[in-house]
Design a protein around this ligand. Structure first.
Ligand code: PAF
Length: 282
């Protein structure tokens, strides 16, 4: 596996691959790789001739500096994992390489980027679109792979791809979970063993809410989830929205949308660590 820090080197390799008719897949990451990322990389390798994995802790998507400061950084272990999986290139640029000057571009795809994470983390999705569009421009992949754990992020990126006419297939990949049901996340590394156990109540409750939803309204189901999770010592719900799975607009009735998804963010533990998850109702 090649490890590149410069955009130029990356582009040279990709131009040569493209001239040989090879297909290119991109897996954008912020590092601190875990089995969830590994599942994206495996799928990318299966479906493309060349797999580029970017490792870049993108500062423009962090509205809270302390969140950025404590984000786990494990570049060496990340590269070892990618090499063992068989990725072609790990692209790990510096902040100066990506942002030689401040990125002043703005992206706006309401309601996908204004609700939920968009409302609680102002500027977050603008930063995500800044970096993802740059990566799309450097790599020009045929396909790009994103974990469904960040359900809202995929909805925003799909809108960006449509709006900017990128000829790239966005491939959503299923959430990978611990045996307890906790969704794998780089942030889990910041939880104590005890907090990890506590956090498993998030998905357990979401799963139970499916049965509850079959005999209750959207509003009652929303309340059920918030109440049950807040009742667990060490967990506090920031929001739980039941939304149209495509537009992410709130729904009032189960029949208001073809696909219905519940998206949640929960604070866990003393520090506290912000965890996100979702569940499909239909
Ligand atoms: O999902 C992530 O890890 C990040 O938001 C992404 C897509 C790599 C952009 O920095």
């Amino acid at each position: 596996m090649k490890i590149f820090n410069s955009i130029k080197e990356l582009k040279v390799l990709l131009a040569s691959a493209r001239s040989e008719g090879k297909t290119i897949g991109l897996v954008p990451t912020m590092g601190a790789l875990h089995e969830g990322h590994a599942s994206l990389v495996r799928r990318c390798i299966d479906e493309n001739d060349v797999t580029v994995v970017s490792i870049f802790l993108n500062p423009t998507q962090f509205n809270d500096k302390s969140d950025l400061d404590r984000y786990p950084r494990t570049l060496e272990a990340d590269c070892e994992l990618l090499s063992s999986l068989g990725a072609t290139v790990a692209f790990a640029p510096s902040v100066a390489e990506i942002y030689p000057e401040p990125d002043t571009r703005t992206f706006s795809y309401p309601p996908t980027d204004t609700v939920m994470e968009g409302a609680y983390r102002p500027g977050h999705f603008n930063g995500v679109c800044q970096i993802v569009s740059k990566l799309f421009d450097y790599v020009e992949p045929d396909r790009a792979y994103f974990g469904e754990k960040d359900y809202q992020q995929i909805a925003v990126i799909r809108r960006m791809v449509e709006s900017l006419s990128y000829n790239i297939d966005i491939v959503p990949c299923p959430v990978v979970r611990e045996e307890s049901g906790l969704a794998l996340s780089s942030r889990n590394a910041l939880l104590t063993a005890e907090e990890r156990k506590t956090a498993a109540a998030i998905y357990r409750t979401l799963e139970r809410s499916r049965a509850f939803a079959s005999t209750h309204s959207v509003a009652e189901t929303q309340e059920y989830v918030v109440h049950a999770i807040n009742a667990v010592d060490g967990l506090e719900v920031q929001y739980y929205n039941i939304v149209d799975g495509d537009t992410l607009a709130d729904i009032k009735d189960w029949n208001d949308a073809k696909s219905v998804v519940g998206c949640i963010t929960v604070f866990c533990g003393g520090t506290p660590i912000r965890l996100i998850d979702h569940i499909r109702y239909c």
